[in-house]
Design a protein around this ligand. Structure first.
Ligand code: KIV
Length: 275
């Protein structure tokens, strides 16, 4: 089986099947995620706090994001690899946005890019339009958009006023504009379930939720949260493994083995040829 394409995503959505996406930031984890049968791997800017050790997503540079994306692309064979455009790598001008997005395809081997859009749309809709016109598949991202966290005032759940509110109307309108501009899927982050349902029913492309409830067309989680390596404590998270304990225990066992000269043992030692 080859790489998942946007036609495969469309076909799965048309068949009423749920889509799956996880983040990954390096080759070994991406290899495991790919082998697990995921549809899409997002090389998210959540690499900022889950990989590079920053406080949030804002400091992630183009070089870091390109390097992470290339590693994930090299480590995978089947999942579609989607590169998340870092903060201010798009939006400052149309030309810079197109050039930077193009680097993820030309230099890092991404199959698509993702960018965040504020509730009222604006210039990012135009950028999506130009990118798709040039042949770069784009995944949209609405709801809580962490690159605007300082402007929003924190990790605030969006759409608390319900599906008939002016905010919900705005999200639906912008989601429809993004679809007209060519997005092949739309991430909905930290949106109340009724608002996510309304957006999902109003558009033709699949919605992929993270903290957006059950009435969407697929789910995405941050890999370190899923593996128990970086739980941020949000209500929507589900931890499927406890790698923090496993890794800490393995390191502790290695430290004990070396201290007690139990490692290396005879089977780990290189012998001269004539022995
Ligand atoms: O950067 C990221 O990991 C994301 C997901 C949370 C959707 O945008």
């Amino acid at each position: 089986m080859g790489r998942t394409t946007i036609r495969d995503i469309e076909a799965k959505h048309d068949a009423g099947e749920q889509l799956t996406m996880l983040t990954a930031y390096d080759a070994p984890i991406a290899r495991c995620v790919d082998a697990g049968g995921i549809d899409m791997i997002l090389v998210g800017d959540t690499a900022g706090h889950n990989h590079h050790g920053y406080d949030d997503t804002l400091p992630v540079t183009m070089d870091e994001a390109l390097s992470n994306t290339a590693a994930v692309a090299r480590g995978t064979e089947e999942a579609m690899v989607i590169a998340d455009l870092p903060f201010l790598s798009y939006g400052t001008s149309l030309e810079t946005s197109l050039e930077n997005a193009g680097k993820f395809m030309k230099e890092a081997g991404a199959d698509a890019v993702k960018l965040e859009t504020p509730p009222e749309g604006g210039t990012t809709v135009e950028i999506v339009d130009r990118l798709t016109e040039l042949g770069i598949p784009v995944m949209g991202h609405l709801g809580l958009t962490p690159q605007r966290m300082n402007e929003i005032g924190g990790p605030v759940v969006q759409g608390r006023d319900g599906p008939d509110s002016a905010v919900a109307d705005q999200f639906v309108e912008t989601a429809q504009e993004l679809v007209s501009a060519g997005v092949f899927a739309l991430v909905l982050e930290a949106v109340t379930e009724p608002v996510a349902k309304r957006i999902t029913e109003a558009i033709t492309v699949p919605t992929i939720g993270i903290g957006a409830g059950r009435h969407v067309n697929g789910q995405v989680l941050v890999i370190t949260d899923l593996l128990g390596l970086g739980n941020e404590g949000y209500r929507f998270e589900k931890t499927y493994a406890d790698l923090e304990t496993e890794i800490t225990d393995a390191v502790g066992t290695f430290v004990d083995d070396v201290s007690q000269q139990a490692y290396p043992a005879r089977e780990h030692v290189y012998e001269p040829i004539d022995e």
